[in-house]
Design a protein around this ligand. Structure first.
Ligand SMILES: *Cc1c(COP(=O)(O)O)cnc(C)c1O
Length: 425
């Protein structure tokens, strides 16, 4: 940093800002950093403050944690292909008339999960909000007490219902709810049930003395069944994976099978097990989907063409049954043998020890599920150093050892990780 004038006089904000242009931020951001530094009585800290600001901006990071859907790292990684060009977002190229932005990716997803129709909103929380607004505004919604959940980030089902204008009717108990409990509420002449809601227990489990009605039982009631399956598994048979469904999927509910069992609608996230960009999908019976689409909230919750384009690519990969084209499934399907082959390159350079580790699907899905994986271990806690690199590497520490799980590292980044580990010496 150049000299800033006599030591007994504070430097001018502008001069200080001009002395830290190497950080590469626009001038107003450098001025803010300079101002904070001067206010804190340490002008020399301006450079560090500006650097911290710069590092808050979005950039690619290398996920070495082994958590495939890492909420802090944007859940499912996706490629976005779009040049600086217009798109036919709301133009029907065949007729020249107005097209529907909700339809394109929605039609493909509907085809892939056996729904009559699907529409896209910003996330699954928005999907649930819109479904309740569209089907149960001012009406009753019946939910089991075992499913009145908080998903994370303050998404609480009872609160969402209140926002959606619906009145909550709780039935059953925390551990046991029967179809008769639902039927009693639906058939009660004093109620006006717009929706029977089922919410997937994504991030917790109730074990022991439990009971819950099947989807088919609930679908037989005299009100539309909406299933918030959250995690977005499209089809429990996983036809996009050569080896079929992996064992760890176990009893995860899937969109296709939930609809086939009679649910009127399913709602799910685009960026969990679906493996696409952040989005929420409402799929099922065409009339019910239309009721949601016509609600005034729909416009406030609709995504733009960047998201819809990435979702379309993901849906096409499902229809082609190409799991390898979906980063989540490509990583999830990696075998220990494949990972060992990659680990050999790390071993050969001596930058760390090749060890067995456990990956997790993450994203608040499949609690307790672990997959055998292969990692590189270095003694000591190196998280801060690795995170501080230009290509930040997010590693995991257990005991006094730092681990980089190769399952969640893109193979093209292996060389970068090797160099980073070497630089720790
Ligand atoms: C994750 C989840 C949500 C919220 O999904 P977002 O896409 O993050 O809004 C809602 N419901 C269930 C059951 C979930 O698992």
């Amino acid at each position: 940093m150049p000299s800033l004038g006599p030591a007994d006089r504070p430097p001018s904000v502008d001069a200080l800002a001009r002395s830290i242009t190497d950080v590469g931020l626009p001038h107003p951001m450098l001025v803010d950093a300079a101002r904070s530094a001067i206010a804190a009585g340490s002008p020399e800290s301006a450079h560090g403050i500006a650097l911290a600001t710069s590092r808050r901006m979005l950039r690619p990071v290398i996920n070495g944690t082994g958590t495939i859907l890492h909420t802090n790292l944007g859940r499912a990684p996706v490629a976005v292909h779009q040049a600086e060009r217009y798109t036919n977002l709301e133009l029907d190229l065949t007729t020249g008339g107005r097209g529907s932005r909700m339809a394109t990716a929605g039609d493909l997803i509907a085809r892939a999960c056996g729904a009559e129709k699907a529409i896209i909103v910003n996330n699954c929380a928005a999907a649930v909000l819109l479904v309740l607004g569209g089907l149960a505004d001012g009406r009753d919604v019946v939910v089991s007490r075992s499913e009145l959940v908080e998903i994370g980030g303050g998404f609480r089902i009872p609160d969402v219902m209140a926002r959606g204008g619906a009145n909550l009717i709780e039935v059953g108990t925390t551990n046991r709810t029967r179809v008769a409990d639902f039927a009693k509420a639906v058939d009660d002449p004093a109620t006006d049930v717009g929706v029977v809601l089922r919410v997937h227990q994504s991030n917790y489990k109730i074990v022991g003395f439990t009971e819950a009605p099947t989807t088919a039982q609930l679908a037989g009631l005299d009100a539309p069944l909406v299933a918030d399956i959250g995690s977005g598994l499209l089809d429990s048979r996983c036809p996009w994976l050569q080896g079929g469904p992996p064992g760890w999927l176990a009893e995860e509910p899937a969109a296709r099978q939930t609809l086939a069992a009679g649910a009127g609608l399913v709602a799910f996230s685009g960026d969990k097990l679906f493996g696409g960009p952040q989005a929420g999908i409402i799929a099922g019976d065409a009339e019910l989907v239309d009721q949601c689409a016509q609600h005034p909230l729909a416009r406030a919750l609709r995504p733009g063409d960047l998201v819809l384009g990435a979702l379309q690519d993901t849906a096409l990969a499902y229809l082609r049954e190409e799991g390898n084209a979906i980063p989540f499934w490509r990583m999830a399907a990696l075998t220990v043998e494949q990972l060992r082959l990659r680990a050999a390159a790390f071993d050969a350079t001596g930058v760390g020890d090749v060890v067995d580790v456990q990956s997790t699907p993450g994203g608040g899905t499949l609690p307790g599920v672990e997959m055998d994986s292969v990692g590189i271990a270095r003694s000591g806690d190196h998280r801060d150093t690795l995170r501080g690199l230009d290509r930040p590497i997010i590693a995991r520490v257990e005991g006094d050892t730092t681990y980089v799980d190769l399952r969640t590292v893109h193979p093209e980044d292996d060389a970068t990780v090797i160099n980073a580990l070497r630089s720790l010496d």
